[in-house]
Write a protein that binds this ligand. Sequence first.
Ligand SMILES: [Fe+2]
Ligand SMILES: [Fe+2]
Length: 133
Amino acid sequence: MKDIVWGQVLSVDVDEIDDDHRKLINLFNLLNHAVTDGESPAYLAAILEELVNCTVWHFSHEERLMLKYSYGDMEDHRSEHRELIKSARALQQKIQAADNAIADDDIEYLERWLTAHILTDDRRLGDYLSQVM
Ligand SMILES: [Fe+2]
Ligand SMILES: [Fe+2]
């Protein structure tokens, strides 16, 4: 699988959110390389856990900004975050049940999981925040 390359298309024009997204993308790329390099199952599971935990933290960060700046779509955006965490935890369980073997499909799923939300909901949030912050 190819790395996710950070670029303007992924920017939401709010530096503190872009910084978080870059960190998440770096972790995704680290996982992708670790799979290609045949790293141990325990190491792969550890990166995945770090990625999910960082995502939980990042969502709290966005939700704090939504509250502070009275974002109108906060409830929808928050419920989207909840769904994303649920699906990441489900993927983690599936991978654990497979002795921590990570398939190409899992990596592709994670790529979409990470980028689709940034390109839609986060872009809308960024458009709003960049006007009011
Ligand atoms: Fe985000
Ligand atoms: Fe978000």
